[in-house]
Structures are given as structure tokens and as C-alpha cells.
Design a protein around this ligand. Structure first.
Ligand code: TYC
Length: 108
């Protein structure tokens, strides 16, 4: 810098003087996934997508069919806390209803 703040960088007897950058990092995001299995009824998966991920029936059906044919699919993208909570809620709900449906999350 060559202005009247020169004292802060070049002539400090080799002391490293660096201005700190404002650090505003966005929180990391996580994809919540549903995994396919051979036993969970399609209607139950659609209900899960409506109940826990607030999808409309048409979109929930699309996601369910994508999971059914591709093996897994994204239900939504959330902060870590929300992603963990959704996964726990879905897995508890599936277990309570005696379905093997599994939900998990991965970093974006
Ligand atoms: N494959 C299941 C069936 O044929 C349906 C299903 C879809 C199960 C999506 C799980 O995440 C899933 N009944």
C-alpha cells in the first residue's frame, strides 16, 4: 500500500502485519437421501416425502419413482442440524411402521 497508511506494511522492522479479512462463511449444506428397498410400499414413501419434506404429492411421487428406479434420491438440502433431524425422524417413523425404508445424508 502506498498511501498515508504506509506504516502498517513495509516499514515495520520485518514484523508481519496483515489486515484480517472479514470471515463470513456460509454454513455447509447436506443432501438428505432416501434409499430404495424391495419392501416399503410406494404410497408410504410418498407420504414420507409429503410429511417430512413438505413436497406436494406430484413432486413426492416423482422423487419416489426416481429412488425406485435409480436406487437413491434427494429429498431436500439442509444445514447439518436440520438434515440430521430429518434423517432421525424418517428412520424412526419407518421403523415404527415396520418398513425398512432408510434415510441418510451426505455433504453437498
Ligand atoms: N422399491 C419399492 C417398491 O417397489 C418402493 C420404494 C421406493 C421403496 C423408494 C423405497 O426409497 C424408496 N415397493
Amino acid at each position: 500500500m502506498s498511501n498515508d497508511n504506509d506504516h502498517d506494511s513495509k516499514h515495520d522492522d520485518d514484523l508481519a502485519v496483515e489486515e484480517s479479512k472479514p470471515k463470513l462463511k456460509r454454513p455447509p449444506l447436506y443432501r438428505v437421501l432416501l434409499l430404495n428397498d424391495d419392501y416399503t410400499p410406494m404410497e408410504f414413501v410418498v407420504e414420507v416425502l409429503e410429511r417430512f419434506f413438505n413436497h406436494q404429492r406430484h413432486k413426492a411421487t416423482q422423487i419416489m419413482l426416481a429412488v425406485h428406479t435409480e436406487g437413491q434420491g434427494v429429498c431436500g438440502i439442509y444445514s447439518r442440524d436440520v438434515a440430521e433431524t430429518k434423517v432421525t425422524q424418517v428412520n424412526e417413523y419407518s421403523h415404527a411402521n415396520q418398513h425398512p425404508l432408510r434415510c441418510t445424508f451426505e455433504s453437498q
